[in-house]
Design a protein around this ligand. Structure first.
Ligand code: PEP
Length: 255
């Protein structure tokens, strides 16, 4: 079964509304003729979502949010609901990014609530999992990834898992310039697909898209994207400039 890869840019806490909208305007012509075989998404800060979505509304380029709260509405100061993200023009929602887990106490239980809430609104979760350097060095990468994946997907139907995106992002590779080798990234993404096959069946495993994330750059994108279980990338730093983001997208099409 062929899966359409997805390259998503996670802009983190960068770009004003004007900068984000300007990026979107420049991305459109830069991708002319490239899209089709690869899906492209950008994930701006909450403030810029609606503006970027408006610029991209007549294109195939999707918009994603970087986080979400699982409740519909209510007294949750500072939070944004899935319905609000849909209203702002989102198609994707990142859940459980390692920065949320490490800096803001995000638990796998909460990631699971977010994933379910996102799916129930017809949005697509991009659920992040990955080990720290200490965990890799202790030889427990698979154990960590198994626990995070199992908890995050708990209670979902196979069709829901099939529609999702999981991003394998080793924490030691994020923002460090040190990407996982193609072999290591393939080993863990293949392991995740095997888990999904064991828990949710063959169809879900074959349809689920698994991204690699962690210091993806124009120079390493093609090799990583050529791995059989890697279906695209979640890109941080290199997604902040149109030129490098487009180079990664082009490399993934060629791979
Ligand atoms: C990320 O934030 O998801 C990420 C992978 O960042 P970077 O590409 O900068 O390592």
């Amino acid at each position: 079964m062929s899966r359409r890869p997805i390259i998503a840019g996670n802009w983190k806490m960068h770009k004003t509304i004007a900068e984000a909208v300007d990026f979107a305007r420049n991305l459109k012509p830069a991708l002319a003729g490239v899209r089709g075989r690869v899906e492209v998404a950008v994930c701006p800060a909450f403030t810029a979502l609606a503006g970027v979505a408006e610029v991209l509304q007549d294109t195939e380029i999707a918009v994603g949010a970087q986080d979400v709260h699982w409740e519909e509405s209510g007294a949750f100061t500072g939070e944004v609901s899935p319905a609000m993200l849909k209203d702002a023009g989102c198609r994707y929602v990142i859940a459980g990014h390692s920065e949320r887990r490490q800096l803001f106490g995000e638990t796998s239980g909460n990631v699971n609530r977010k994933v379910k809430a996102v799916l129930s609104h017809g949005l697509i979760p991009v659920m992040c999992v990955g080990e720290t350097l200490a965990e890799r060095e202790a030889g427990i990468t698979e154990e960590v990834v198994r626990t995070q994946t199992g908890a995050g997907l708990d209670g979902l139907a196979p069709e829901q898992v099939a529609a999702m995106v999981i991003a394998y992002e080793p924490v030691w590779a994020i923002g460090t310039g040190r990407n996982a080798s193609e072999e290591d990234a393939q080993q863990v993404t293949g392991y995740i697909r095997g888990l999904v096959r064991e828990w949710y069946g063959n169809t879900a495993a074959e349809r689920l898209r698994i991204q690699y994330g962690g210091s993806v750059k124009p120079e390493n994108a093609a090799g990583l994207m050529a791995m059989p279980d890697i279906d695209g990338a979640l890109v941080g730093g290199a997604s902040l400039k149109v030129a490098s983001f487009v180079e990664i997208i082009k490399a993934s099409v060629l791979s």
